[in-house]
Every structure is written in structure tokens, then in C-alpha cells.
Design a binder for this molecule. Sequence first.
Ligand SMILES: *Cc1c(COP(=O)(O)O)cnc(C)c1O
Length: 376
Amino acid sequence: MTGRRIETDAVHIARPVDAATGGVAPALVRASTFLHDGQGAGIQGFGYTRYDNPNRQQVERTVARLEGGHEAVAFASGNAASFALLLSAAPGTRVIASRDSYRGTQMVLDTYGTRMGLEVVYADATDLDAMRAAITPEVSLVYVETPTNPLIRIADIAGIAAICREAGALLAVDNTFATPILQRPFEHGADLVVHSATKFMGGHSDLLAGLVVAREAGAALDAIRHWQKYGGAVPAPDVCWLLGRSLATLPVRMHQQCANAMQVAEALAEHPAISEVLHAGLPSHPGHALAMRQMSHGGAVFSFRVRAGREAAIATTLATQLCRCATSLGGVETLIEHRQSQDGVDSNTPPDLIRISIGLEHPADLIADLDQALTR
Ligand SMILES: *Cc1c(COP(=O)(O)O)cnc(C)c1O
């Protein structure tokens, strides 16, 4: 059916009626294998759960629809999805990655990219001139993240896509922070989208999963599907069922968490203990204009800097009572962390920086909690 809004499809593709019983929630199909016709073909289209599974298919179809892509391929984590993405690049070619990409992604690129015969080069994805200089004919894949972690810097997806097209490289965007509710990279010319579904898509800090979405059929998608099938880092049906349940509420959670985050960010921007708030929805943010062009909202994750420095920032994350001191993001509960401690001493993260992922608590309660932690 065409013309339906994504809120509708998020509910109905993720949660089809169970054909066998009429249940209005899908059945959890834990079966590892399915009846064959005697010649290797599954009677109802499914053969073996590593290859395909009804719950996994529900998730893949929903995410493909949300992103406006051709197909999505699900993995056991976001990192497994990034690993699979690299396999779409031909050995002997070069991969450009954004300099401040997720640390786990850098680990995959640095350790396994090289073993796959790829030359990995980092460039500042927020600087189009730097990207133009880096993207040469040897480059087969460009992998950027926007907004970035933890500085919430914004890369121009359409600008980078145009440079990639000229050089014959594919552009992949890690859309974990924005989700397709705020940003749809295919509309700006990206070829592939990567997700850690552990974050907003799962949304309840209780599962790990990842996906790669392809805008169209072709060799890259075939390579990623092949790795899903034989590399075998697939999500269990139980995880897919939970993720499908979560995807139905992704649009409404995202809208509310973003609205809450904006209120908290505006309150913190006025707070005397804070020197800077890095939220793409604030006009003071250097990437604000670009963010407003390619995103529908600045997001629910942002960072702020504590005037009194590193120790005070760490103490603040421990003094909150509602905001939980833990890494990760995108859940219904607000999480707060001293980011440099997470990134390690060699990171470029300012020592006084705190990252916060705003959940579904009332923003006034969060503001009060942060205020008491900052002014003890
Ligand atoms: C968490 C995260 C990942 C990795 O996902 P996992 O599910 O933890 O493996 C990749 N990219 C971004 C932007 C992330 O935040």
C-alpha cells in the first residue's frame, strides 16, 4: 500500500496479525528450522533461522520502510552491522571514515578493515573540502556518522553524497543518533544506512541488535546478505520480537524524547555552572543551520560542559538521582556519563564534557535533578 505514513507502517509492518491464530500480536517463532518440501525449499518460505526467520523479517521490513530503502539486513549488534558493511567494499580499495565516529566502529575499521585488505583513512566529515580531498578514485566506501558522538557535530550528507557519486564510491551513514524519524539519509543521496538498534530503535536498554539498510539491490546488498547468512552474527528471534515491539513506538518515543531534550538543553544553556551546551537544535550550535536542513529535530542526545572542570563533571554524573550514570543512549530512561572516561585518555573529548541521553521522564524533573547535582 502506498501513501501510508511511517507511524502507521511502524505499527503494522512490525506487528502483523498472526495468521495461524488471529492473534493481533505476532507470534514468537523460536524454531531453528522449518518444514521442507523434500527438495530443500521451505513449505512456507522459511528454511533455517540463520537464513531467515519470521520475527527477523518483520524487523527488517519495518526498518527498510522507515528508512525508505530497498532492504534491511539485521545483525546481532550495531558493531556486527558495521563489520558486515565493510565486507561490501572490495579488497584492495580504500575506505574513508569520519574522524569522530563511534569508538567501537573505529575498532572494527582499524583491526578488521586492514585484515580485509582495505586501507582505512579518517577524515573530518563535517568539512566538505577535507572530504573532497580525501575521496579519490581508489575509494570504494565512505562511512560517516552524523550527528557525531559526543560533540554532536553535523556532516552534510547531500554534499558528501555528491562527491562520492563523482568518485564512484558508496556512501554509508550511521544513523543511530537520529533514527529515520529525524533524518533519512537516502533522501540526501546516501547508499547504505547503518544502525545500532540497541539505542533508540530498541529504546528500552534491554536488547542488542544492528542493521544495514540498502537503498537499492546490488552487489553491496548481496555481500551483506551473504555475510549475514554465513558469518552468522544474527539476532535471535526473541530479540527481533522485542525489537519489533519497540519499533511500533519509535516515532512517538522519538518525538517526546526530542521535545524533552530541547527543554532540558534550553534550561542547561541558562545554568551558571555550565559553560556550553552542544545541542544541534540550539541556534548557538555551529551545525544548527545544516541540522535544520537535513533533520526534523536536533535530537535527544546532547552534551554540556561544566565550568568547574573534569572532577566536577564526574561528580555531577554521580550526584544525579533520576539520570542514571551509564553509557549508551536512546532508552526511555535518561542516561548520563562523563564522556572522556568512556573514550579513554587519548580522546579529543573535552575533560569537562558530560553526555546525556534524554528519556521519557518529565523534563521538569530532569531539570531539577540536574540542577541539584550541579549546585551541591
Ligand atoms: C552503540 C553504537 C554503535 C554500536 O552498536 P552496538 O549495538 O553497541 O554494537 C554504532 N554506532 C553508534 C553511533 C552507536 O552509538
